[in-house]
Structures are given as C-alpha cells and as structure tokens.
Write a protein that binds this ligand. Structure first.
Ligand code: UFG
Length: 332
C-alpha cells in the first residue's frame, strides 16, 4: 500500500517524501507544480502532475494507487497575500480539501495527516500556546486552515476519517544530506532571506519593526527543523493507524528567537556580515509565537532531533550555498 503525498514537490512536502522513502514506505506524489519543483521529488516516488481540486484527476490517481493514507501539503500559505486575495485562498485550500475528502470517502481511505498552522490562533492570549487555546485567525490563510480542520472533524464524526492536524510554527532548515531545501518564489521567510543577503543575492534584510513589546523590540518566533517536522508527520500517521484520537497538535521547538537573534546566529554560522536595517512592522505579525508541543511529544512520541537554532541555519546555509538558484538548472 502507498502513502499519497499531496503537494510533495514543495519545500515541506518534498522532505516528507524523502523521509517516508528513507523509512521504507511506498510513496506516490501529486503536485500541480505551481509552486513546487519536479526536481525536488525523490526518484523512488511515483509522480502525478495535477491539481487536487480536479476530482477526475484525483480519482484516477486513487484508482492506480492502493492508498493507505494521505499526507496533505497542498495550499497557498502566505499570510499577507491571503489578505489581498481571500477568495483565491479559500478556493485553493478549502476546495482542495473538499475534493480530497470526497475521493478519500469514495475509496474508503481512513487516514489523513494535515498541514495546519500556528496562524489558526491569531494573536495569542498566553505564551506558550496550547492546542486548547482560542483560535481566532487574523488572516484568510489562517481562517482557511481552521475551516479545513473543522471539515476533517465533521468527516471524522460522519465517516470515521481519522486526522492529525499538525499546527506548524516556523519551519526552517533543509535535509542534512543537502539534496533538497527551500526554494520559494518570491521568498518571504526570514531565514532564507537572511541567507540570500549572505550570498549577496539581496542587499540587506529589512527587520519588520523594532518597537514590539519584546526584549530587543523585534518579533519572536519558534523555529523548528523541517526534518523534525516530518518526523512528527510519520509518527502521526502511525498513531492514527494504531487507533489514536484524531485532533490538532502543535509542532514547535518551544524556543523563541527574535529577528535580531536569528540575524546574529546567521552571521555566526555563515561568517558573513549580513546587512540589515529596521523598517516598518509587517501587517498581521503577532509579536510572540511560541508553541507548547507537549501533546505531540506525549501522544505521538515526538522528540525533535535538531533543536539548536545554529544547526537549523547551518543546514539551510548548506542548501543555499550549493543551490544558489534553487532548483534552476540543477538536478538533485
Ligand atoms: N521578518 C523580517 N523581515 C523579513 C521577513 C521576515 O523581519 O524580510 C520577520 C517577520 O516579521 C517575523 C519573522 O521574521 O517576525 C518570521 O517571519 P516569516 O515570514 O519567516 O514567518 P512568519 O512567522 O510570518 O510565518 C510563519 C509561516 C506561515 C504561518 C505563520 C504563522 O511561514 O505559514 O508562521 O504565524 F502562517
């Protein structure tokens, strides 16, 4: 039987494919290649190019594959863009999951591991954030993921579909072998941007605000290694197969780093000075987001392997140094 990875050509999905294959799973991938990269897909995985909203296409895939469970990574995921284009976000994200759940129902597939986000919480009431805390998204992106979680909840009640909604904090790093990494266009995330400055592909980092109520005035985030993130997905899949209760799980390292601290760490790791200046706040940025990940540790048996921020940056740096133009003109 196979694990079907939807969005397996993207940054996080491609790491899931690699790690599943490393652990001996038979893997099939679906991706429409709108933001994903064909070269990022492990050669041992079967690849189907198409959009999950296309039910006919997806039905075809499920007909060819004996799917044991689905890992669902397909989504638009930029907070700021979602505020400008809410309908595009609801269409791609919510309608995409609708189609996936319908086809899973038709083929009686019972397990889905789902890529959710800390953005479902909005501005947190308390730090660290627990799964039971209020969910009040401040962006259409976060709202779309919360709707998707609720859709899976109702399908669990009605059809016995088991789900793990994994609420990611800030995912960073790259596969330690250096074969795959982060290649977003345009890039909006802090760590790859800082590394692009180190590579002289950008002039400087703009720090989005130094007047937050934090020790150095910049935002604090909880960064976790993409490999640890995927470990949790595979554990969640086993957990569901063994009868574990469906629900949401935070995934973070439980350590908070400010933007200035990340900048300093990247200077140390790369040996480059990395120019930076302070700009205005970015709309929708909460000041502090740190996860309580005890539920994932206790119930899934998850133990992050790379909880040192320097190591996360070092793995990202190795990828960026060896693939300065991402997947362009390169095969992995
Ligand atoms: N930042 C800068 N300058 C930049 C880019 C980012 O100062 O050029 C700051 C941001 O203001 C933020 C921190 O760096 O404080 C991290 O920003 P990222 O864009 O890397 O990540 P976000 O925290 O905005 O987003 C992440 C995920 C989203 C998810 C969100 C939950 O990428 O998918 O966390 O809040 F929705």
């Amino acid at each position: 039987m196979s694990v079907l990875v939807l969005g397996g050509a993207g940054y996080i999905g491609s790491h899931a494919v690699y790690q599943l294959i490393e652990q001996g799973y038979d893997v099939a991938v679906v991706d429409n290649l709108q933001t994903g990269h064909r070269q990022a897909v492990h050669t041992a995985a079967r690849f189907y190019e198409g959009d999950v909203r296309d039910k006919e296409f997806l039905t075809e895939v499920f007909t060819h594959e004996d799917v044991e469970g689905v890992f669902h990574f397909c989504a638009y995921s930029l907070v700021g863009e979602s505020v400008e284009k809410p309908l595009a976000y609801f269409n791609n994200n919510v309608q995409g999951l609708q189609s996936v759940l319908e086809v899973m129902y038709t083929f009686n597939v019972k397990h889905i591991v789902f890529s959710s986000t800390a953005a479902v919480y909005g501005e947190p009431d308390t730090i660290p954030i627990n799964e039971t805390d209020t969910t009040n998204p401040t962006s259409p992106y976060g709202e779309s993921k919360l709707v998707m979680e609720k859709m899976m909840c109702w399908c669990h009640e009605a059809y016995g579909v088991n789900f793990a909604a994994l609420r990611y904090f800030n995912v960073a790093g790259a596969h330690p072998d250096g074969v795959i990494g982060e290649d977003h266009r345009p890039e909006t995330h802090l760590i790859p941007i800082v590394l692009e400055v180190a590579l002289e592909q950008r002039e400087q980092l703009t720090v989005f605000g130094d007047d937050y109520n934090t020790a150095d005035g910049s935002c604090i985030r909880d960064y976790l290694h993409v490999v640890d993130l995927i470990d949790a997905h595979i554990l969640a899949f086993d957990y569901l197969k063994n009868g574990g209760a469906s629900g949401a799980f935070n995934l973070g390292s439980s350590n908070g780093y400010s933007v200035f601290e990340i900048l300093e760490a990247a200077r140390a790791v790369t040996g480059h000075s990395i120019n930076a200046s302070v700009g205005k706040r970015r709309a929708g940025d909460p000041s502090v987001l740190i996860a309580a990940s005890d539920k994932a540790k206790n119930q899934l048996g998850w133990q992050p392997r790379f909880d040192d921020i320097n190591e996360i940056i070092r793995h990202a740096w190795e990828w960026h140094q060896h693939h300065p133009h991402g997947y362009d003109k390169e095969e992995v």
